[in-house]
Design a protein around this ligand. Structure first.
Ligand SMILES: [Zn+2]
Length: 390
């Protein structure tokens, strides 16, 4: 049956839409998401996108400040410096970065560890900034609405292809589905080339050596051949690397000014703390894998190792709580979730897990309170169903 909704959406788009120039390329294209809508789309979904990838990385605020400084420098050099750009570091080991419409960007700590210098960081951020300035995400949404009225798609399951390793098999609700689509937008070959190209322009304007965009792409091509380390579910899923991109970047870089800043020493200093913490996060990631394989004792041991190395990381306490809950050690698990929440109040997962545990323990009122908080941060099917049963 042809949905009347689809027809009316199409009608609205045709009324509202019009031809406009792309702010980066200057090419004429159909716009029915205007600048105000672009900004709204990003602002509405940014927090959900962060929740889907471990929440914010808070163990080194100086690192986040540094990423923001480099990001804002590039944003000012971009074609749309007036967009309300924001940059965050997410608490996820999967090498990934994304941009939502309106200039809302994120980079995972896992990707920061793979970069050699500040110019490579600028290459990643410049590329993502272009996805926002050239409306690539907005265009993808427009295409999707045209094709399927897909914004109203039902629940989106967050499976292994998703850039999240803590959410497990939870499914998010339709109200957060747009955020998931924006985070996981797979860009076209042309959009990727365009993002590299203008990203390099922004790099040079901000004083960074454009050859870093070449070395970075070469590195990504090599890594993509190995098909390991979470790359395929992270950055490479939405921004597929290719030798063609590396070659195009080289040709472009050769026409640009050279001998600009690489910033290797500065970058290495800035990520020194993260590097030191990396083994603890590796144990945590292994613990998550053990939990998935139902090896709960192993998962608990790995969480404890991680906690010993970095006791202030809330994720580690959350994992220990999960491992204990699975072993039916409910009081101990509860204490771990309490600890996780004491350390990090803005991440849905701890409330989600504590709420489910409290429901099992018969603490109805407290379970309700937790699950409501969890739903505010990121709505999931399981929390909704459990709330309905309380
Ligand atoms: Zn891309």
């Amino acid at each position: 049956m042809q949905s009347p909704l689809k027809i009316s959406l199409l009608g609205i788009m045709l009324i509202l839409g019009g031809c406009a120039k792309n702010p980066v390329t200057g090419k004429s294209e159909l716009h029915f998401v205007n600048t105000q809508k672009e900004i709204q789309m990003g602002e509405k979904n940014y927090a959900y996108g962060q929740q889907m990838a471990g929440g914010l990385y808070t163990q080194d605020p100086a690192l986040t400040a540094y990423i923001q400084e480099v990001g804002q420098k590039l944003a000012k050099a971009s074609d749309r410096p007036s967009l309300p750009f924001e940059f965050v570091v997410l608490n996820d080991s999967i090498p990934n970065a994304w941009a939502m419409p309106g200039g809302k960007l994120a980079i995972n700590r896992g990707l920061l560890l793979e970069l050699e210098n500040e110019a490579e960081l600028a290459a990643v951020l410049g590329h993502e900034i272009t996805h926002a300035t050239a409306r690539h995400g907005a265009k993808a949404m427009e295409r999707q609405v045209l094709l399927s009225a897909g914004l109203l798609a039902a629940n989106v399951a967050l499976s292994s292809q998703n850039s999240d390793n803590t959410l497990g098999n939870n499914a998010i609700l339709a109200s957060a589905a747009v955020a998931s689509q924006l985070v996981n937008t797979k860009y076209s070959r042309n959009a990727e080339l365009e993002a590299d190209n203008y990203g390099m322009e922004y790099m040079v304007k901000a004083g960074y050596e454009p050859m870093a965009a070449v070395s970075l792409q070469e590195k990504f091509v090599k890594l993509s051949e190995k098909k390991s380390g979470g790359w395929l579910e992270g950055l490479f899923a939405s921004h597929p690397p290719s030798q063609h991109r590396a070659n195009a970047n080289l040709i472009h870089a050769q026409k640009m000014p050279g001998n600009l800043t690489l910033g290797e020493k500065r970058y290495q200093q800035k990520i020194a703390t993260l590097k030191k913490q990396a083994p603890a996060y590796e144990n945590y990631d292994k613990g998550i894998e053990a939990l998935k394989k139902k090896q709960y004792v192993e998962a608990q041991a790995l969480a404890e190792l991680a906690i010993k190395a970095l006791p202030t990381e809330a994720l580690f306490h959350g994992l220990k709580g999960d491992a204990l809950a699975k072993q039916n050690q409910r009081e101990e698990a509860l204490a771990c979730y309490d600890q996780a929440i004491a350390l990090e109040k803005q991440y849905f997962y701890f409330y989600h897990q504590r709420g489910l545990l409290r429901q099992k323990m018969g603490q109805k009122a407290q379970a309700k309170e937790d699950l409501k908080l969890s739903q505010q941060l990121l709505p999931t099917e399981e929390a909704q169903a459990t709330l309905a049963s309380l």
